[in-house]
Ligand binder design. Structure first.
Ligand code: MN
Length: 412
């Protein structure tokens, strides 16, 4: 296999320093992106340490998953030795292109990504180890919700956090003309996949493609450090004859360089740690919190949100005030808080449909009360005149919007 590769990294528009690192090692045919995290430039140390340890491990003949495990230990030990580097960590997405055969190997931890562009179409090769993507995989968030989720920067796996890390390994069978893009989340949070696809399709060499993608991320705001490595597959010779030279002239003997390496079995979930990257909110703060605590806080927050919100809807043909979120959230379904004895069939058709679909006047209980009063006014006088205090109907117009600004911002 013949490849051509280039990498570019950029601090972006908002960050003071660049904590990303990348590796383009044409000699070893090894390419990697690492996105470091940790205060006081520790992230920079983490990503650089990981990339250098990876390079050294591959040079000594280690398989990709072992080499990334070595990189993990290197970052972890450095963090343990130096109090100033405590809590640092890094993502790593690394690619090895063997000289022979048609299979690339990708080793991956964190939320940097690998993409394959083939015949003009971009597909993602790696799963993000992030809280939101796990929720998407479990069907609890849509991809669209994940894109704008306030916790989208929380990652669930990183190098340097523990002395052991689970490495995802992918074997990718490639063809001549394929293009691989490795990138940090500074690209993917700023530039949509379809725009990456459009730009990566161009017939320009890897260096130019990487520069253009970084330019696009910066144009979109450049909120994070941005790193892009582009690897073009120039030529593939599939079907290497048995016993062909699996000996690299310049390196150690690797008897089965193309075989997928064994992936170590994962640690129990209770031993997992979460790396929380809240840099967009907290500046350069790196939090390492046990999985259970983070989940408990997240679930508690959702419960609180679900239970202190009210809206007006229809139950059994009667207008009622519900407590909760229309359709429910994480299994907490809305409950009827108050019945109004207002007959839904007395409402105008369009209003009744709106109430039936998603409810209305989502927000505080008093906002819901006001909206019910407005509904009474819309009904035919004969059915509701006895219970309609006409003096309160005017003020309803201003209270229909969600009354709490935080709710308005986070409503699904
Ligand atoms: Mn990043």
């Amino acid at each position: 296999m013949r490849v051509e590769a280039a990498g570019v990294t950029n601090t972006g528009q908002l960050r003071e320093i660049n904590e990303d690192s990348f590796l383009v090692d044409n000699h070893q045919r090894l390419f990697a992106v690492a996105d470091g995290m940790g205060g006081h430039q520790a992230g920079e140390v983490a990503s650089a340490t990981a990339v250098e340890a990876l390079r050294a491990a591959i040079a000594s003949g280690r398989a990709i998953n072992d080499a990334i495990s070595d990189a993990n230990v290197a970052v972890f030990e450095k963090a343990v030795d130096d109090p100033g580097l405590e809590g640092m960590g890094t993502t790593m997405t690394a690619l090895v292109a063997p000289s022979f055969g048609d299979q690339l190997l990708i080793g991956h931890v964190g939320d940097s990504r690998g993409y394959l562009l083939r015949d003009g179409e971009l597909s993602r090769l790696t799963d993000d180890h992030s809280l939101v993507e796990e929720l998407v995989r479990e069907g609890r968030l849509t991809p669209e919700q994940a894109e704008v989720h306030p916790q989208r920067a929380i990652i669930t796996r990183a190098l340097g956090v523990d002395d052991h890390v689970e490495v995802d390994v992918y074997t990718i069978t490639v063809r001549t003309g394929d293009r691989i893009v490795l990138c940090s989340d500074g690209l993917t949070t700023m530039v949509r996949d379809r725009d990456v696809e459009r730009m990566a399709r161009a017939g320009n060499p890897p260096q130019r493609i990487a520069e253009e993608l970084i330019e696009a991320a910066n144009q979109a705001g450049g909120e994070d450090n941005i790193t892009v490595v582009v690897v073009d597959v120039l030529e593939v010779e599939a079907g290497v004859p048995a016993g062909a030279e699996f000996v690299r002239l310049d390196g150690p003997v690797t008897p089965e360089p193309i075989a997928a390496p064994d992936v170590e079995s994962p640690e129990p979930v209770t031993d997992a740690f979460m790396a929380a990257r809240g840099r967009r909110i907290w500046g350069v703060v790196f939090l390492v919190v046990p999985l259970t605590v983070v989940l408990a806080i997240a679930v508690g927050g959702v419960y609180w949100y679900a239970r202190q919100t009210y809206y007006v809807g229809i139950d059994d043909g009667e207008v009622v005030i519900f407590r909760g979120i229309p359709g429910g959230v994480l299994g907490w379904n809305p409950t009827v808080e108050e019945r109004t004895r207002l007959d839904a069939s007395d409402l105008p058709d369009s209003t009744r449909r709106d109430l039936d679909d998603d409810g209305a006047a989502r927000g505080s209980l008093s906002g819901a009360h006001d909206f019910v009063e407005e509904l009474r006014e819309r009904t035919t006088p004969s059915t509701t005149s006895t219970s309609t205090p006409t003096t309160t109907t005017r003020r309803t117009v201003t209270t229909r919007a969600p009354t709490s600004p935080t709710l308005a911002g986070t409503a699904p």
